[in-house]
Design a protein. Structure first.
Length: 94
């Protein structure tokens, strides 16, 4: 699991880069990498605007019912986070 503390605006870019790098490492298509990065950045911004200390965690998950390819689960934690799972993308989805 890869976790990024979200305390200042620059942390949003860090979380986005980490998500993109992990997705690329897993073989996600560039469009899926961009979609995941955008979701992570949006969630990180929400956490930052909610105030307090927060973090985003990225976890590699095994393929599910519709895919045998790995995916990435994104979880948010901290002060008053919104629903914690925002993305579960498999590298073979459109």
């Amino acid at each position: 699991m890869l976790t990024t503390e979200i305390k200042k605006p620059g942390d949003i870019a860090v979380a986005r880069r980490e998500a993109t790098a992990l997705a690329a490492h897993l073989g996600f298509r560039r469009s899926d990498q961009a979609q995941l990065a955008a979701a992570v950045a949006a969630r990180a911004l929400d956490l930052l605007q909610d105030g307090g200390r927060a973090s985003l965690s990225l976890r590699v998950i095994e393929g599910g019912a519709t895919s045998t390819e790995p995916g990435i689960e994104v979880q948010a934690s901290g002060r008053n986070p919104r629903p914690n799972t925002i993305a579960n993308l498999a590298s073979d989805e459109s």
